[in-house]
Design a binder for this molecule. Structure first.
Ligand code: NAD
Length: 349
């Protein structure tokens, strides 16, 4: 096994913290990529990984992604990520969440957590009993904060419209066919917004019942999860897990635009080049999906209200346009351009 700093995804992380509390059933990783702009912020994922290496790779990639995302979102926050390794023999318990809260607290504010896949706002409330370095807590109406999913969906929706404007030269979504992979918090919220503006939806989820119910409600079509990335559509919107765009899936994409909320959509950096070579307009994931972190970031920092959150999310399309302009001018893939701008912002350019 390689030393941690030899991992391909290590990328000079400031710190990688491993936690175990046997009594509470907790095994967790907190990766802190950068605190150059402020406390490292990024949600915690609760997931059943094949092994510890898988979990570590995920934590490192997600944490670096958060550095870039927070910098591009204009937040005074660095990037980090929590990963709790779900044990198939045990469920998430109050003791486990409390132990994780204590683990976060031991980092003294260098890392701030919130929800990610497998974690709910109720879990954040449980964690908040042990540490104040947590956001995504229920808040009053009109305040910044609370479940980030719907605000991530808002940003993805606005970014997808910007991609349609640029790629299809259209200002409206009437009849525009969008294929959504994963209709949970982000994908489901996106689907509702798209349906409200007349888009045509094809959706898939590993939870086929969920996909069918939403398709019936919104007047779309549910397809098998194996087929969603190949659907002939105007936009493919990955809103499930990462690393789904690789040589194989990119070769069979049947849409001129990829714009979705999932983190780390590209399996490797070369996949950005592959998308570009196929003439597919790609919205870099961490730019288009920043709505949730803008929401919980302002909550944690105590800056601004819901209106301020929405005003900042409304800047996402402009950032995408800046990236696509630079991509067109330099010939570099959009994902690479975004990384370059973000690296400059965190002082590593
Ligand atoms: P979620 O758990 O609510 O929803 C994910 C959905 O995807 C679930 O319904 C799940 O069944 C489905 N799914 C998983 N694998 C699938 C597959 N192979 N094919 C089809 N469906 C599949 O999670 P979420 O909060 O909606 O997050 C979705 C993605 O967006 C994740 O990559 C997450 O990291 C990213 N993201 C979320 C937020 C947020 O605010 N929630 C913010 C930024 C990025």
């Amino acid at each position: 096994m390689a030393a941690l700093w030899d991992y391909p995804d290590f990328d000079d992380h400031e710190g990688v913290h491993l936690f175990r509390d046997r009594a509470a059933g907790l095994t967790a990783i907190v990766a802190i990529h950068s605190t150059a702009l402020g406390p490292a912020a990024g949600g915690t994922r609760f997931w059943h990984y094949a092994d510890g290496e898988d979990a570590l790779t995920d934590a490192l990639r997600l944490s670096r992604g958060m550095s870039f995302k927070n910098a591009m979102a204009g937040l005074p926050m660095g990037g980090g990520k929590g990963v709790v390794l779900a044990d198939p023999a045990r469920t998430k318990t109050p003791a486990l969440l409390a132990a994780f809260g204590r683990a976060i607290d031991s980092l003294g504010g260098r890392y701030v957590t919130a929800e990610d896949v497998g974690m709910s706002d109720a879990d954040m409330v449980a964690i908040s009993a042990e540490t104040r370095h947590v956001a995504g807590l229920p808040v009053g109406q009109g305040a910044a904060g609370g479940d980030p999913g719907p605000l991530t969906a808002l940003g993805v929706f606005l970014g997808l419209k910007a991609a349609v404007r640029r790629g299809l030269k259209r200002d409206d979504l009437a009849g525009v066919h969008v294929a959504i992979q994963g209709v949970g918090s982000v994908g489901g919220g996106l689907a509702r917004r798209l349906a409200a503006e007349g888009a045509r939806l094809t959706i898939a989820d590993v939870d086929a019942g969920r996909a069918h119910a939403l398709a019936a409600e919104l007047g779309g079509t549910a397809v098998d999860k194996a087929d969603i990335l190949r659907v002939e559509a105007e936009v493919v919107s990955p809103c499930a897990l990462g690393a789904i765009l690789d040589a194989e899936t990119i070769a069979t994409l049947n849409a001129p635009i990829v714009a979705g909320g999932a983190n780390n959509q590209l399996a490797t950096p070369e996949d950005g080049t592959r998308l570009q070579a196929r003439g597919i307009l790609y919205a870099p994931d961490y730019v288009i999906n920043a709505g949730g972190i803008i929401n919980v970031g302002l909550e944690y920092l105590g800056q601004g209200d819901r209106a301020e959150v929405e005003a900042r999310i409304a800047q996402i399309p402009g950032r995408l346009d800046q990236i696509w302009d630079e991509s067109a001018a330099t010939g570099d893939p959009a994902a690479l351009v975004a990384d370059r701008i973000a690296m400059r912002l965190i002082g590593r350019g």
